[in-house]
Design a protein around this ligand. Structure first.
Ligand SMILES: Nc1nc2c(ncn2[C@@H]2O[C@H](COP(=O)(O)OP(=O)(O)O)[C@@H](O)[C@H]2O)c(=O)[nH]1
Ligand SMILES: [Mg+2]
Length: 453
């Protein structure tokens, strides 16, 4: 289906706006996001931040990247030379002529975009993991893939083709060296692929390739003997025919003009998305221990404050303030800008969802707290026994309050880690899961041990 230029522009502008927003967000939260400074996290996300910036640069540079893939000696380098119209890249019958991905600039005739043609080593030229990484990395960065084959298609090639298809990038199967296989046509190649695909997990061949995506070329045809007649004498001379590349060139130009800018938009957004995902993932794992400590410290602080505070009503106000401060600091730790309004909303949600548990916490704060005020007053005149009683009640009340804060902290942590959403499960399920994983006795005991009373 053809796209109008204005739709391309819309895609392009949307992508640009979204990338600019992401970048300014990251630079503005950098201060919070690095609070407290965590050098190993900073180092870990450095390349992701660069990739994010790179995504915008890529979009604004309007350079489309096209890479060749294929087994050794199928003519990957030759195809690029033929598109360029000059032999910039070395080609040859031996393995390993192209050692590393190399790129050359190409300005397609009449095209509005610049193209970077990327040549890669044969998929069978470098070994195992390095190959997989190279292929994945190059495929991730490019906007369009040229998969070069020549002659019979092997099982390895079929596998690589399916693998590359998973990148969701547009792909053209370039059947090279048609000068050597003049009888091969597109439907013959299609049939070969169908046979290779039999029993494979791909549902139909259509999922892998359509007839439309196969192009026949002869990038660097071999010299052929030509009969030359000179003055009645017939001699054989070797002549190198010109490359047959127009079909591929036309197809590329059509794609570039029709959807070049949309391709750029989609791919830079994909690059940005994966960078942002990495940043979030790394931030969370680096901050996990710090988050746990932060929650624990607030729980401890609250138990001590509640236990030591002789006026009941301050327990309640003080408790809320502690929880809110904890939520805001957790958010800050994760680099998520959260306003006090949002923190309050989250705290209320948690309060409602923890239902019985926190209602119990508050009830105990009020009831035991009232008792505590009376005891504190009474203890000025009464026996030392009352002081002991006061001490143990306060300890219990304090640790219950701390326990509530701990649960709220854990739930807030889940909420923040999921990017400020509960996902599909909702706050009460999260809290139930946390409660089933946390032993109240242990926490209460631990909190009581921390109290200097
Ligand atoms: N007959 C014929 N040979 C070709 C063609 N294209 C490339 N070759 C030859 O195939 C060999 C491998 O080419 P090269 O581009 O180095 O392959 P690469 O390893 O895939 O980059 C070279 O000797 C080329 O001359 C073609 O269209 N026809
Ligand atoms: Mg090569």
């Amino acid at each position: 289906m053809s796209q109008t230029p204005s739709l391309q522009e819309t895609h392009y502008n949307q992508a640009r706006a979204s990338l600019q927003q992401a970048l300014s967000w990251y630079s503005s939260v950098r201060r919070h996001w690095n609070y407290p400074p965590n050098p190993s996290l900073q180092a870990a996300v450095k390349t992701d931040l660069q990739n994010l910036k790179g995504a915008l640069d890529k979009l604004e540079g309007t350079v489309i990247r096209i890479a060749t893939f294929g087994l050794v000696s199928r003519g990957k380098s030759a195809v690029i030379n033929a598109l360029l119209g000059e032999k910039l890249l070395q080609t040859g019958p031996l393995n390993g002529v192209t050692q590393w991905p190399r790129s050359v600039r190409w300005t397609p005739p009449g095209g509005k975009v610049q193209v970077e043609l990327i040549d890669t080593p044969g998929l069978d030229e470098i070994d195992g993991e390095a190959r997989a990484n190279m292929a994945r990395e190059v495929a991730r960065q490019v906007d369009l893939i040229l998969f070069v084959v020549a002659g019979d298609i092997t099982r390895t090639e079929y596998g690589a083709l399916c693998e590359l298809r998973k990148t969701q990038k547009p792909l053209i199967l370039v059947f090279n060296k048609i000068d050597l296989y003049p009888e091969t046509d597109r439907s013959e190649i299609f049939r070969q692929l169908q046979i290779l695909g039999t029993g494979s997990r791909a549902k139909t061949l259509d999922d892998v390739l359509t007839l439309d995506e196969i192009v026949m070329v002869a990038a660097e045809p071999q010299p052929v003997p030509v009969r030359v007649e000179k003055g009645g004498v017939i001699t054989l001379e070797w002549e190198t025919p010109p490359p047959q590349i127009d079909e591929l060139k036309d197809k590329l130009l059509m794609i570039l003009n029709r959807e070049g800018r949309s391709l750029l938009a989609i791919n830079s957004l994909m690059q940005a998305q994966s960078a942002e995902l990495n940043i979030a993932r790394k931030t969370l794992s680096h901050r996990q221990e710090e988050a746990e400590n932060l929650i624990w410290n607030y729980a401890k602080y609250k138990s001590i404050a509640v236990a030591a505070n002789p006026i009941a009503i301050l327990d309640l106000i003080g408790g809320t303030v502690t929880d809110l401060a904890m939520i805001r600091n957790l958010a800050r730790l994760y680099g998520l800008p959260i306003t006090s309004y949002e923190a309050g909303k989250l705290w209320r949600t948690l309060l409602i969802s923890t239902g019985g548990l926190l209602a119990g916490e508050i009830a105990s704060t009020v009831i035991i707290g009232l008792g505590k005020s009376a005891l504190a007053f009474g203890s000025m005149f009464e026996s030392p026994g009352a002081l002991t009683l006061y001490g143990s009640t306060a300890l219990l009340q304090g640790s219950i309050a701390g326990y509530g804060t701990y649960i709220i902290g854990k739930a807030a942590q889940v909420y923040l880690e999921q990017g400020c959403s509960w996902g599909s499960i909702g706050p009460s399920t999260v809290i139930k899961q946390i409660l089933s994983g946390v032993q109240p006795n242990t926490i209460l005991y631990r909190l009581q041990q921390q109290m200097p009373l």
